[in-house]
Each structure stands twice: as structure tokens, then as C-alpha cells.
Design a protein around this ligand. Structure first.
Ligand code: PEP
Ligand code: MG
Length: 574
């Protein structure tokens, strides 16, 4: 049966390929029957996943540096103990045979049993160890994913597959960076969730918030994913397939043409230079940045170095990563954002997950509560500043007191390095992300002590409109053109320009070519976006006369209804 599903397109382009259903988190594990003659193979698959995880944990224990806090080893020991418990390492083997089910399902049932036992424990500390059980099981599930035959990318098949998942975490997306899928589709998520942002960095079409893809789509069914329109067609007929193949070719052709702009300067028709910088997650992304023609890195989301691992990267490991990026960018600015974990970017050793993580111990709040961890990162960034044009960016600033504390910690790290004779850039510019309405409204208090600003529109919209950026049920209310959002953005740009403090936008709005002229009209001259979006935005800059944008931008700011705003925006982009 052929049918269409509608969601939110988060990464453009068209992909056609067979569905590959993914289930690898403890909460949404696939359940399928395993024929009797394959019981042994399934048990062996389970055993090998358990030994892979055991081996990984053991070798991590061996590499814990002597000076590391005792908790690191204790944590690894605890995970090994949980893994070696027969409930998880033995009982699922029997279940596979008794129930004729897949290894993932057998493991999930055992995990649920164990969690029920933990829930009955009165001791709070022990009860909270449930989270460790889940983490260990997730590790085994991930190892099973590596050996499973039901989920694969191109893996020797004719066409690269399309990954269908209920949900994917940003950490999952990191793992999928190494595999080749033609597209991603998920049931949940918003357009600016970190998973969507990661999907964009994979440079393949993706659609989120489909609600029912996971239960409705079957393995191997042919899908068409239109990432621009947010549409997924299941089992399309031949005519539709031909039509979409044509559209796919056209899209690829347009992208090829845009690539020619790579070394063209982004200058408006009235001769004003605009800086187009790139956002990255990992040092390996620098290659893509250089190919895009970006003139710097406006946002290095350093928290991705901390994901998919049980330990934290120490100062030296971080230094090596930051230095590699600084050197690879050969004198162009590299803006390293200090750790922004929490909310939808948890890490294994991060803050406790609360009911409302977006409003909880996140980003700079978390760093200030963990001075040792923060100090290691600040030292690593300072050390890397000796090898390129590094800038430090502080996420989620809300008050002057937070900024003062952060700068005091930075001074302390500087003093330590000076005393140790370690070179660093004494003039390292320090910027603040403006992504909480309070910071935008009380900007002058922050401006006094900052060298530059970067507007994080993803969070600014979330916090201004009280819309969880990861929640698909309110995704339709997530509106970058809401008058309150536009007012705050324009206010920050105007105030920064008045004080001659450089300001950029590094949220997803910066990479939307429909909004380029509006932001230019507000006075923005520096944009930072995913490198894939850069050529399209550059093309808009090259065809814009600034003088024409300013008056329409002013009119948009005083418009009250969505219709009027859309109408004026259409005029601006005509
Ligand atoms: C933002 O909030 O706009 C931003 C760029 O940061 P992140 O998306 O990583 O929260
Ligand atoms: Mg943010």
C-alpha cells in the first residue's frame, strides 16, 4: 500500500531507498521472532555484544590516568559489575531460546526486571543506580546494533538505506556519522533539536515529527524522503518515483552550481562585506568547513567531544582537539563554545536529568557548578589559542554575576598557565551567547565585559515562546518570526552595533536563506551556520542591496500579525 506522511523537513534534498528500521535504545527495542535454526546464532550475537562491551569497559579502566578522580574507576567498576550480573549477561541467552525472540528484546525484558527490583529499594542512592543499569544495557544494545543484520546503511546492498527511528539522540547521530544512510526520518523531535542539527551536518535529507513512521513503515519498504517539504512517501508507484528522481537530479544540479561560489567574497550589491562562518561539532567537520568557503568557525559545539563515552576528555585530549581545529583553519577565527550539556544533550557523567532539563543545570550553569571540569576546559582552550585565532564563547549566560564568575575562572586558568610557563593568547576574545531573553533585555550589563556576542536563536525562540525545541507536539508553535523574537534579535544587534561590539547569529536562523535579508536589514554582518547552508546564504547576500532591506526590516518589526510579517518578508525576498 502506498501512502504519504507529513512532518518537519530539517535537512533538504530528496532521497529514495529502502527503509531500515532502527531500534537501539532501551525504550524502543524491536521485537521480532527468531527461527529455531537461528537460536545459536542469536545467542552468539548476544554473547559477542556482551564481550565487546566488557572489553571496552576493561580497556577504559586500564587507561584511566593515575591522577584521575577515584570516581572514574569506581564508575567503570560499577558498570562492569552490572554487566557481569547473570541477570543481564546470562538470563537473556535462555530467553532467546525459550521465547524465540531477538537478543535485543530478551535483554530489554531482563532490564525491566532489574529496574523493578531497583525501584523497590528504599535507599535513594541504590535506587538511583537504575540509571547505570539503563546505560549498561544501552551499551550492549549499541554493540548489538553493530552486529545486527536488520539495520544497515549501504552495507553491500544496492541502494543506501533510509533510517527510520522513533527518536534519535544527538549522541546516536554522532555514531551514524560513520555509516552511510541516504536519509533519516523520526517520529519525534523539533526542527532545531540537536538531533535535527546533527542530521543537517550529515548532509542528507531528514524529516522529523512524523508521529507514526516507526509503527507504520516496514523493513525494506521503498521510501521517498523530501527533506525540503517534510514529506515521506511510502511504497510510491512508478510514476511518482520517476517524478522524484527528476526532482532529485535538479536539486543535485542546483547544489553543484552553488559550489562555484566557494571562493567568492560575500559582499552585498552596495559593497558591504558580510562574514559567513560555520558551525561544527567535531574537529573532523573542518574539512567540510573549508570546502564551504566559510571565513571562520563561529560555533564549535565542544560538548560533542564529551558524548558516547563513559569518561570525560581530559585537558590534554581537549587541547589536542581544539589545537587541531585552530591549526586547520590557518589564522581564520575559531570560536570554541564552552561545554553546553544538559537539556537534550546529556552526557553519561553530566547533570542529573530533571523534569525540566531546559530550565535546569545546563551549559555555563553546570560548568560553574563543576569548577574542576570547567578549569580543564578553559585551560585547554587557552592553550590552543597559541596555535591559531581562537575565541571563547560562553553559552546560556543569564546574569552579570554568572559572567563575572566565569571571567574569574578564566583569570584563574590564565594565572595557572602563566606560572607554568605555558604559552597562550593573552588577548583571547571572550564572547557570550545571547539565548535567554533576560540576557537580551539586560544586554548592557553583559556588554561591558564581553568582546563579542553570538545570538543563539534556537534557544532564544525556545525560551521566549515557552516552546520546547525538542517537542514535536508544539513544533508548529516554534516561530522564528514571532514579533517578540524579532524584537529581541533586532534589539541585540542594534545595541551591540551601537557599542561597536561584534555580533553574530549562530542559531539555525542564520542558515535560512529566507531570513538572510531580514537579518541584514536589522544590521547583522556576521552569520554562522551549518556549512551546507553557506552557499545558499551567500547567494542571497550577493544579490542584496542593503539600503533596500532596512526599511522593510523596520516595517516587519512593527507588524503585528503573522500574515503581515509573511507578506513583508515575501516582498523583501522578491
Ligand atoms: C542556539 O541555541 O541557537 C545555539 C546555536 O546553540 P545550540 O543549538 O547548540 O543550543
Ligand atoms: Mg543554545
Amino acid at each position: 500500500m502506498s501512502f504519504a506522511m507529513f512532518g518537519i523537513g530539517v535537512s533538504g534534498g530528496i532521497a529514495i531507498g529502502p527503509a531500515r528500521l532502527l531500534s537501539h535504545t532501551s525504550l524502543e527495542v524491536a521485537h521480532y521472532a527468531v527461527p529455531e535454526d537461528q537460536f545459536d546464532r542469536e545467542v552468539a550475537r548476544f554473547d559477542s555484544a556482551v564481550s565487546e562491551v566488557r572489553g571496552g569497559l576493561e580497556s577504559l579502566r586500564e587507561t584511566v590516568p593515575p591522577g584521575a578522580p577515584a570516581e572514574v574507576d569506581a564508575f567503570l567498576q560499577l558498570h562492569l559489575m552490572i554487566l557481569n550480573d547473570s541477570t543481564l549477561s546470562e538470563a537473556p541467552r535462555a530467553l532467546i531460546v525459550q521465547q524465540g525472540c531477538n537478543a535485543e528484546w530478551a535483554l530489554k525484558q531482563q532490564m525491566d526486571n532489574l529496574i523493578r527490583q531497583f525501584e523497590a529499594i528504599e535507599d535513594t542512592y541504590l535506587r538511583e543506580r537504575q540509571a547505570d543499569v539503563v546505560q549498561v544495557v544501552e551499551r550492549v544494545l549499541k554493540a548489538l546494533l553493530g552486529t545486527t543484520t536488520t539495520v544497515s546503511g549501504s552495507g553491500g546492498r544496492d541502494m543506501p538505506g533510509i533510517l527510520v527511528a522513533h527518536d534519535l539522540s544527538p549522541a546516536d547521530m554522532m555514531l551514524f556519522k560513520q555509516q552511510s544512510f541516504a536519509a533519516f526520518i523520526t517520529d519525534v523531535g523539533g526542527a532545531t533539536s540537536h538531533t535535527a542539527i546533527m542530521a543537517r551536518s550529515l548532509n542528507i535529507p531528514s524529516v522529523v515529527a512524523l508521529h507514526h513512521a516507526w509503527p507504520l513503515v516496514r523493513e525494506n519498504e521503498i521510501l521517498i524522503v523530501d527533506g525540503r517539504q517534510g514529506v515521506v512517501l511510502v511504497n510510491p508507484d512508478r510514476q511518482v518515483l520517476t517524478e522524484y528522481r527528476l526532482r532529485q537530479e535538479q536539486w543535485d544540479l542546483e547544489r553543484q552550481k552553488l559550489k562555484r561560489l566557494r571562493s567568492t567574497r560575500a559582499t552585498t550589491l552596495d559593497g558591504v562585506d558580510v562574514q559567513l562562518h560555520a558551525n561544527i561539532e567535531l574537529p573532523a567537520d573542518v574539512d567540510q568547513v573549508r570546502k564551504s568557503g566559510a571565513t571562520g568557525i563561529g560555533l564549535f559545539r565542544s560538548e560533542f567531544l564529551f558524548m558516547n563515552r563513559p569518561d570525560l576528555p581530559d585537558e590534554n585530549e581537549q587541547f589536542a582537539a581544539y589545537r587541531a581545529v585552530a591549526e586547520a583553519m590557518r589564522g581564520m577565527p575559531v570560536t570554541i563554545r564552552s561545554l553546553d550539556i544538559g537539556n537534550d544533550k546529556p552526557i553519561e557523567q553530566g547533570p542529573r536529568v530533571t523534569n525540566n532539563p531546559a530550565l535546569g543545570l545546563r551549559a555555563v550553569r553546570y560548568c560553574l557548578s563543576e569548577p574542576r571540569l570547567f578549569n580543564a576546559q578553559l585551560r585547554a582552550i587557552l592553550r590552543a589559542s597559541h596555535y591559531g585565532k581562537v575565541r571563547l564563547l560562553i553559552p546560556m549566560l543569564c546574569s552579570r554575576a554568572e559572567l563575572d564568575q566565569t571571567l574569574a575562572m578564566l583569570d584563574q586558568a590564565r594565572a595557572q598557565l602563566r606560572e607554568e610557563g605555558v604559552p597562550f593568547d593573552e588577548q583571547l576574545p571572550v564572547g557570550g551567547m545571547i539565548e535567554i531573553p533576560a540576557a537580551a533585555l539586560a544586554l548592557e550589563a553583559l556588554l561591558e565585559r564581553l568582546d563579542f556576542l553570538s545570538i543563539g536563536t534556537n534557544d532564544l525562540i525556545q525560551y521566549t515562546l515557552a516552546i520546547d525545541r525538542t517537542d514535536d507536539s508544539v513544533a508548529h508553535l516554534y516561530d522564528p518570526l514571532h514579533p517578540a523574537v524579532l524584537f529581541l534579535i533586532a534589539h541585540v544587534i542594534r545595541t551591540a552595533n551601537k557599542h561597536a561590539v561584534p555580533v553574530s547569529v549562530c542559531g539555525e536562523m542564520a542558515g535560512d536563506p529566507q531570513l538572510t535579508r531580514l537579518l541584514l536589514g536589522f544590521g547583522l554582518r556576521n552569520f554562522s551556520m551549518h556549512p551546507n547552508h553557506l552557499p545558499m546564504v551567500k547567494q542571497v547576500v550577493l544579490t542584496t542591496t542593503l539600503a533596500d532591506t532596512e526599511s522593510t526590516a523596520r516595517r516587519i518589526l512593527s507588524a503585528h500579525t503573522q500574515e503581515r510579517i509573511s507578506q513583508l518578508l515575501g516582498k523583501l525576498n522578491a
